[in-house]
Design a binder for this molecule. Structure first.
Ligand code: 13P
Length: 339
């Protein structure tokens, strides 16, 4: 199969009108933080048991078309003895892999960060592909303050994301391109929208310069949302209106799908906001989810590290996936939370 055909096939298997992506690619420090919230130590066995449990949720593939895994998970096996990527495939879900190596402070740009992991990426991708991964994810972050993100951080981060995407495509791996303008801070919805517009514009310029085929990427952006510490929370309708305006100004119609991150929204907020976005009518791209916390938080709470809670854990994940799928067609209602 040619690389182009391979990329096209993966897009076809991941993009449709009702499903989204589950981000289960928490790095070691991040999963340790999530487990700490339920008083559980982050051992390799606990991580394996948890991920095996959520990925074997019956019917998950009805609402989820792709799962982002962490490197360690690619080589772990389920309670039933099959490899976790293979378990995804059995559910009709495409397995993918987080490939960035995290962010570090950017020198000479106070308050800005840059993501690392480009060196040796092609070699790593070859290995991940042999382990079953068909797509990848790379996350850049942008902090909003009075002085950030700086122009140089916006340009440098765009360049890194574009180089990552080009490397992925050359290996027949679909890149999920994730520019995350963070929710942290006391900024307004308007400021988030202005910054995001600059960030997305620079990103697509860089993708173009690196000859990235836009038909074969998935964009994973933040929604336009007011800062966590801003006194007045934007309503789903306000979030939706700004989000669509900024995306229409910056994201070419060739991109097949935009799968939002949840970025610290509660599970209910993330679903209500996605619903409002999809209520604004047809857009050039699919508008879906690629949630980590907003899908997993209730499941983790139900689990508490105990195998006796397996069924409640899976039901909690299934429910959030189902409600987010409803939000894809604007059919979510808050009353569905208590069903
Ligand atoms: P959240 O939805 O929890 O923000 O995680 C998505 C993700 O993959 C961040 O890289």
């Amino acid at each position: 199969m040619s690389t182009q055909t391979e990329l096209q096939q993966t897009i076809q298997d991941m993009v449709d009108s009702h499903r989204g992506i589950l981000a289960a690619d928490e790095s070691s420090p991040t999963i340790a933080k999530r487990f700490k919230a339920i008083n559980l130590e982050s051992t390799e066995e606990h991580r394996r048991a948890y991920r095996s449990l959520i990925l074997s949720t019956p019917g998950l593939g009805e609402f989820v078309s792709g799962v982002i895994l962490f490197e360690e998970t690619l080589q772990q096996v389920s309670d039933d003895g099959i490899s976790l990527p293979q378990l995804c495939v059995q559910q009709g879900i495409v397995p993918g892999i987080k490939v960035d190596k995290g962010k570090i402070p950017m020198p000479n740009a106070a308050g800005d960060e840059i993501t690392q992991g480009l060196d040796g990426l092609a070699l790593r991708l070859e290995k991940y592909k042999a382990q079953g991964a068909r797509f990848a994810k790379w996350r850049n972050v942008y902090h909003i303050s009075d002085t950030t993100p700086s122009a140089v951080a916006i340009t440098a981060n765009a360049e890194v994301l574009a180089r990552y995407a080009a490397i992925c495509q050359s290996m027949g791996i679909v890149p999920i391109v994730e520019p995350e303008v963070l929710i942290d801070g006391d900024h307004s919805l308007k400021r988030c929208s202005e910054v995001s517009e600059l960030v997305f514009h620079a990103l697509f310029h860089a993708l173009h310069q690196h000859h990235v085929v836009l038909e074969h990427i998935i964009l994973k952006p933040n929604m336009m949302i007011s800062g966590k510490l801003y006194p007045q929370k934007a309503t789903p309708e306000e979030v939706a209106e700004d989000t669509i305006r900024v995306l229409r100004r910056t994201v070419p119609a060739a991109v097949p799908s935009i799968n939002f991150l949840s970025g610290g929204q509660t599970p209910e907020e993330a679903t209500a906001n996605l619903n409002a976005i999809n209520c604004l009518g047809q857009q050039p791209w699919q508008l879906s989810f690629s949630y980590g916390r907003a899908l997993q938080e209730p499941a983790l709470k139900a689990w508490q590290g105990k195998s006796a809670n397996a069924q409640q854990t899976q039901s909690a994940l299934y429910k959030r996936a189902r409600l987010n799928s409803a939000a894809r067609t604007g059919q979510y209602m808050s009353s569905m939370e208590s069903e």
